[in-house]
Write a protein that binds this ligand. Structure first.
Ligand code: HEC
Ligand code: HEC
Ligand code: HEC
Ligand code: HEC
Length: 231
């Protein structure tokens, strides 16, 4: 018996390491340049927005989702903006279909290189009218829903005490909530609640990255049901 234990442990370790290697932005559709991190972040001369943001465009306004049964918003919630509480604007700077520029180009101090400018077209372009998209940029509060979706309550994020997460009712996947600067109590529901931009999760059997950067496999609409428990 003991003879087998070591090879098995070794195999588990190798599989584990392979997962760590691939759980990254490298090799995904967000691997956009020879220095892929630089397409979104820079160590110096950033825009001043969290987290060391490296991409800019003229101020954008968005039309947010609204409906008679949308109970958690949008009243009192600010539109997506590039601040600690709302990473959605960071996604939208590329996904709104408007020209965006890199701030600090990799390499020696040099004139701006338009090779790094970007407009996303096609399916991945959401536009600036977000009324036909799942609601974002609102404060998650399951007690406000009066339509019987039976949303799970927000739970404190064990790794980040200033923020909360929604623990998926079926999969137990943590869907992260944002903010935590005191203004929105770390319960802001954003693009990154459903998507993992760096593809941090481990998705066994799904190849190098989870399709659409989703936080979970959505087969059987598992993700939707994780939150809309009674639907
Ligand atoms: C396509 C854009 C994009 C690329 C490429 C990207 N990031 Fe990010 N990064 C984001 C966004 C958006 C956030 C904020 C949302 C979040 O934390 O989920 C973020 C947050 C972060 C944070 C702060 C939160 C955390 O997770 O610790 C760090 C650190 C970070 N990125 C490092 C990196 C590094 C290192 C790379 C390259 C290997 C990289 N990022 C590539 C978009 C990007
Ligand atoms: C630097 C610009 C940039 C930023 C910032 C950015 N993206 Fe993207 N994203 C892209 C590009 C370019 C593609 C590839 C589009 C294509 O293939 O048509 C893409 C593709 C995607 C896709 C489709 C992936 C697939 O499997 O086909 C999703 C989903 C996505 N992004 C979500 C996000 C989210 C969520 C954020 C913020 C947390 C974000 N993106 C931030 C540029 C960006
Ligand atoms: C409630 C969860 C949820 C939220 C919030 C969310 N998405 Fe998605 N997104 C999805 C799912 C699920 C898919 C896959 C849809 C499909 O299979 O057609 C997707 C697909 C995408 C795609 C690929 C679209 C395509 O047809 O190729 C992009 C790009 C994207 N999301 C960006 C964003 C951005 C940017 C935000 C914030 C403004 C956002 N998402 C917010 C769940 C979400
Ligand atoms: C991380 C949790 C979460 C996930 C995952 C999620 N939703 Fe939602 N969804 C919400 C919340 C919270 C609301 C706002 C509900 C409210 O205030 O009435 C919402 C709103 C909606 C609405 C608008 C409801 C209205 O009253 O106007 C629809 C439709 C919807 N979601 C469908 C989906 C579908 C389809 C999926 C899967 C692709 C999905 N959701 C994934 C949490 C989630």
């Amino acid at each position: 018996m003991k003879k087998f234990l070591l090879p098995i442990l070794g195999a588990i370790l190798v599989v584990g390491m392979a997962t760590i290697v691939w759980a990254s932005v490298i090799g995904t559709p967000h691997d956009l340049a020879p220095e892929p991190c630089a397409m979104c972040h820079t160590p110096h001369h950033a825009t001043g927005e969290y987290p060391l943001w490296n991409r800019t465009q003229a101020d954008q306004t968005y039309i947010l989702y609204e409906s008679y049964t949308f109970d958690m918003g949008p009243t009192g919630v600010r539109p997506p903006a590039g601040e600690l509480w709302s990473p959605s604007s960071l996604c939208l700077v590329c996904h709104n279909g408007v020209f965006s520029q890199l701030v600090n180009y990799p390499g020696p101090c040099s004139p701006a290189d338009s090779a790094y400018d970007l407009i996303v077209r096609g399916c991945a372009e959401l536009g600036t009218d977000l009324t036909n998209d799942h609601p974002i940029a609102f404060v998650y509060d399951d007690t406000k829903d009066v339509d019987g979706n039976l949303f799970p309550p927000a739970a404190p994020n064990p790794k980040n005490p200033s923020r909360y997460e929604i623990v998926g009712a079926f999969s137990t996947t943590p869907y992260f909530l944002y903010g935590g600067d005191g203004t929105v109590d770390g319960k802001a529901f954003e693009c990154a609640t459903c998507h993992s931009v760096h593809d941090l999760a481990n998705y066994p059997g799904k190849g190098d990255y989870q399709v659409y950067f989703l936080r979970n496999d959505n087969t059987g609409s598992l993700m939707c049901r994780d939150c809309h428990t009674a639907r």
